[in-house]
Structures are given as C-alpha cells and as structure tokens.
Design a protein around this ligand. Structure first.
Ligand SMILES: [Zn+2]
Length: 500
C-alpha cells in the first residue's frame, strides 16, 4: 500500500508585511528519503507518520516537507511551487498510489491565497481522484468547511503546548488505515462556533478550554467505534473568512452521529465564549514591570513576563521598560535581529559597544533600541530540541550573540526560533533558574516547561500584532459582524473601563 506523505506548514499573521519566501522555506525543506532521516524518532507530525506508518505496514513515499514556524504570510511563489511539486510527484506515481497523508498548518495565508490549505487540498484531490486523503492540522488552524468537504479524514493537535505532534501524525495514519480497510465506514463533520480567541488564551490547560477538551475526550472514550475529535482554537491573526474555532469529528459511528457531536461541542464552546475570552489576567506594561521589579527581589524562582503580542521575536516594549526601570538579573532570550548580531560580532566578544536592537518588523513592535552593552560571546548555534514540544527537531539559529545590558542578558539570533524550553538558555551555558525575571514571547508553548520553572507567569499586553485586544486588529476578510468578540453583541456587553 503506497501512501504519499507531504507537508507545507506556516502560521501566518496577515498584518505583517514580511513574506516567508520560497528560498526561506527551501533552506530547511526536506525531500524524499531525507524526510525519514531528519524526522524519524522526533515528536513531530512526520515523526509520528513514519513511526505509525511502519507499524501499520504502509509503504510510505515521502515527497517534500516545507516548514516555517509562526511568522508573516507565505509568498505566493512558495505556496504555488510546493503545491505544484507535490501534485507533480503524485501524478508520476498515480497508478501505484493508495492514498495521501498531508501535514498542513491550517492558518497559512499568502497575498493571493487566503485559504492556502484549500488550495493544496483541492489541487491534490484533482490529481488523486477518490483515493483516501488525510490531513494532520495544527490546533491553531482556521479550517474551511470547503477543505473538509474534500477530505476523507482530518485530525489536529489536541494540546497547546503542542506536545502531541507525534501522536497527531499517528492518528492520521490510523485513519488512513481504516479508510484503506473500508472507506464507506468513515464519516467526518465540521462545526464552526463563531468566536475568535487571542492565542495567549488558547492554552489547553486553562479553563474553560481544559474542561471542553476533557468533555471531548470523554465522548471519544464512550463511543462504540473509533472516534476522533479535534477541537481547534483557530488563529485570530490570520485574516480570512474562516478565522476562528473549528470542531472536526471523524468516526466510524455514522454521519448523523459525528454531525451531532460536532454541533454539540460547538454549542458548548459558544456558551463559554465570555470565559474563553478572559481565562487569565492581562497586565499593562507599566504595571507588569513595577510588579516584577518588586517580586523578583523576593522570589525563590524566576518571574516570567510574557510579551505574547510579539509575533516576530523583535518587540522592544518590555526590554525598554526593564532597562528604564533598572531591573537586574533579567534574561531576554532569542531576539531575532540579524543586523544586531552582525554588529555584535564586529565589536567582538569581551568588548563594550553600542548596539541597535529589535523593532524591525513593524511600528507596533516598539522603538528600535540603542543600548550600551558588553558582548559576552558570539558564534553559530545549532541544536536539537530537548523540550517536550518538537522533541528532536533540528534548529539552526545562524550566527548569535549573547550580550549584557547592565544586568539584562539578551541573546540575539539570526533566525526565528521559539524560546519555549530550556534550550534557549543551555545552548549559551546558562540556567533559567539563575534569573529573577525571564522575558518570553511565547503564547502557550512555554507552559510545558516554564509552569514548573517560574514562580509566577505575568501576561503583558503590548501593542504588537498578537495583541489580546482583537478589536484592535484591522480585519478585512473576516466578517466582523459574525464573530465574537468583534460583533455588535459583544461590544454591547463591554463594561465601563473597556474591560470585557
Ligand atoms: Zn499551533
């Protein structure tokens, strides 16, 4: 049974102008047997597909796996070339093919394509006819009913932090196996409760999301046949007509049953919309820095300040406020700034210098900072992720520099990377526990590691594009009248002082 596997992954903030180009994707893309070599044994979707595919006796044919993280739009060229490459490879083996498994994020956009996943699915479906087509999505995907209508099965991560990427790949293989055994036995439904959520509130261990996930798990456990429920929070910073929650249900239980389960969970999500939109306090910049400065003096463990609205790892709002306040023993890992790295390398390790840092992605990222600092070290850094999410995946930061701004230790990197585990410290010989304050830019993924390390997590709202104030975003594709909390009903319920 020859099953093709391919992936195209990017989480796109529509409002950013920097495009992820074909060249950026292709610098790290893997093809053919190299996909096995790079991903076998990793906690990733391809890692899970490889593991479960071997166990199920599938003859996997890896085509191409192009992966970017959470940045701006993809370029049209990147989307169209990878789609064409996958379709051409499928066309070439059409006679030997039994099915296709894809890994797509679900929140990719490009200038000409607001539903990139539908573009891939529609074109691939045209090539493969009625062969089984299964997709593994990210939990933050904005899935269109049109995409689901062309698929035989779809699954998404059930956790955020996404520690179940490998399991999601395994679930995709499980449904492919069932489809190969009897395609008519598998039914799928999608329901879309009309609400959007800030990513920082999409952690699946925060209530009421945690309770909704537990309810979905209970329904799965009690089902008479195989049943797979993906509750997806969506991604509010990709501006599309389908932005928002999705509930996708795949089962051997019959169409009316999966329809009813999807609609029932969608109703539960809608009924919890107010609590879902405010599961944790969010602090202003000034309040958060004042609080952290006092608290860090007495804390036995670090305080995490979460500059979650930063989508490009270059916001300077918190760094500036901490410098102005004179807070010491602060760590600010993984500011993405290639120019600042080059300047630090020119100055040289051990030297005092003046650098300009951050705020290159948009005016919302703050002011580019001029700082006097000491360059502690510079150098190329590559590593394999040791944390629970994306375990084993290779990371290439390019050139890096570690600098000291009067007690604030900042690592500057040349390529985008998530500071969500201890690797962001250990690769520089540091330990996060040695700091009083740690500035992270994650939304949910840091929780898998930093809920244990940190004494307290303080969510700080800054004006960057990932703000928790979704009413502040200039949507043009999403129908503002149709989703909570943008619609008139939600605005009517805004309390004095602007708090929801
Ligand atoms: Zn995600």
């Amino acid at each position: 049974m020859r099953i093709a596997f391919a992936g195209f992954h990017i989480e796109s903030v529509s409002f950013l102008t920097q495009e992820a180009t074909y060249g950026m994707f292709d610098a790290s893309a893997a093809r053919a047997a190299d996909i096995f070599g790079r991903y076998c044994g990793t906690n990733t979707v391809p890692g899970g597909v490889i593991k479960a595919g071997a166990a199920a006796g599938l003859d996997l044919m890896p085509i191409v796996y192009a992966y970017q993280g959470a940045v701006g739009p993809a370029s049209d060229e990147a989307v169209e070339r990878y789609c064409a490459e996958i379709c051409a490879a499928l066309e070439a083996v059409r006679g030997d093919l039994a099915g296709v498994i894809l890994h797509l994020h679900g929140a990719a956009v490009s200038p000409s394509h607001t539903d990139v996943e539908f573009l891939f699915i529609e074109n691939i479906r045209r090539v493969i006819g009625d062969l089984p087509l299964v997709v593994a999505f990210d939990y933050h995907g904005n899935i269109s009913p049109a995409s689901v209508a062309l698929l035989d099965a779809a699954v998404a991560y059930k956790t955020s932090p996404h520690v179940d990427m490998g399991q999601t790949g395994e679930r995709a293989v499980g449904w492919m196996s069932r489809l190969l055994a009897g395609p008519d036995r598998v039914s799928m439904a999608i329901a879309k409760p009309p609400l959007i959520l800030p990513s920082v509130f999409s952690a699946t261990n925060l209530d009421p999301l945690a309770s909704i996930m537990a309810e979905a798990a209970r329904i799965e456990d009690e089902a008479p046949g195989a049943l797979d429920i993906s509750v997806m929070a969506g991604f509010s910073y990709a501006d599309t007509k389908d932005t928002g929650f999705s509930v996708i249900v795949v089962g051997e239980t019959g169409q009316s049953e999966v329809d009813a389960i999807a609609e029932g969970l969608a109703e539960t999500i809608w009924s919890e919309r107010r609590a879902l939109s405010a599961p944790a306090p969010v602090y202003s910049l000034a309040d958060a820095v004042d609080y952290a400065a006092i608290k860090a003096k007495y804390a036995r463990a670090p305080i995490v300040l979460l500059e979650h609205a930063d989508r490009m790892n270059d916001s300077t709002h918190l760094l500036k406020a901490l410098i102005d306040k004179g807070v010491k023993k602060v760590a600010v890992p993984f500011i993405w700034d290639e120019a600042a790295v080059r300047a630090a390398i020119s100055a040289g390790a051990g030297q005092e210098t003046v650098l300009h840092i951050g705020a290159w992605s948009s005016a919302r990222a703050g002011k580019r900072l001029q700082v006097r600092c000491k360059v502690i070290e510079t150098g190329l850094k590559t590593y394999r992720i040791s944390g629970p999410m994306l375990t084993g995946q290779a990371v290439d930061l390019g050139d890096t520099a570690l600098i000291d701004i009067d007690g604030i230790i900042v690592s500057l990197v040349s390529r985008f990377a998530f500071a969500v585990d201890e690797d962001a410290f250990t690769i520089f010989g540091l330990n996060p526990r040695d700091f009083g304050v740690i500035v992270l830019r994650s939304k949910t993924h840091f929780r898998a590691v930093y809920e244990d390390i940190a004494e307290e997590i303080i969510i700080v709202d800054t004006p960057d594009w990932g703000t928790s104030n979704l009413n502040d975003l200039p949507y043009s594709k999403l129908d503002r009248t149709a989703v909570y909390p943008l619609n008139a009903l939600a605005k009517a319920s805004v309390l004095p002082g602007g708090k929801q």
